[in-house]
Design a protein around this ligand. Sequence first.
Ligand code: UDP
Length: 239
Amino acid sequence: GNTVTVYNRVLLKLSGEVFGGGKVGVDPDVVQKVAREIASVVREGVGVSIVVGGGNFFRGAELQQSGMDRARADYMGMLGTVMNCLALQDFLEKEGIETRVQTAITMGQVAEPYIPRRAMRHLEKGRVVIFGAGSGMPYFSTDTVAAQRALETKCEVVLMAKQGVDGVYTADPKKDSTATKYDNLTFAEALQQGLRIADATAFALCMENNLPLVVFGAEDEGAILRIVKGEKIGTLVSS
Ligand code: UDP
């Protein structure tokens, strides 16, 4: 590409809901769309790290409600994220984009282990690095992993794709018709207003390390490309 981008390296957080198109499992049409969009960003010369959620398969906290041991349920949740990683890898490669999947739980037949320096090397070579299996640790979320991987692989921003909502609102827009969207927010304002942007651990990591977040709608086609080109989309949360 020959246009100027405002970011050189971004971390994209895709929740499991994005992969399932709101249902259980993987919707190939949705994954293909997302892959095409990511490819367009990579072609602009922007480095892309991706953290993939797994809520379209299992959420540990939900399985716990049905009586499962929380830690074991969380491992199931983490394994679910890896299926999303492989689906995304496949569609990205069909777009001609080189990718590597790195997982926090070792599974040599399907992915590399998480090796930060190697991930950085891939990024430098223009490969997309897809991080799966969360942190490898129960009781964490993939939002927290998104913040951590962004920091460790030197991304300038976390781009949070949300299903069904296109930014941070004064109240839940599905329940309150008077809710309005914020274009910009500081971390302190978000705390004061009690806005839930990510889970508390993820939010704290971003705030303490001055790592900005952009919350935007996963259904908004072309949004990622427009964000990296500097268009104000969704809500920017920063220091
Ligand atoms: N999980 C975990 N440790 C991590 C990341 C994820 O135990 O570091 C488990 C947890 O059970 C979680 C599930 O994996 O519910 C799926 O991840 P998450 O809920 O973050 O996915 P998303 O909501 O983004 O689809």
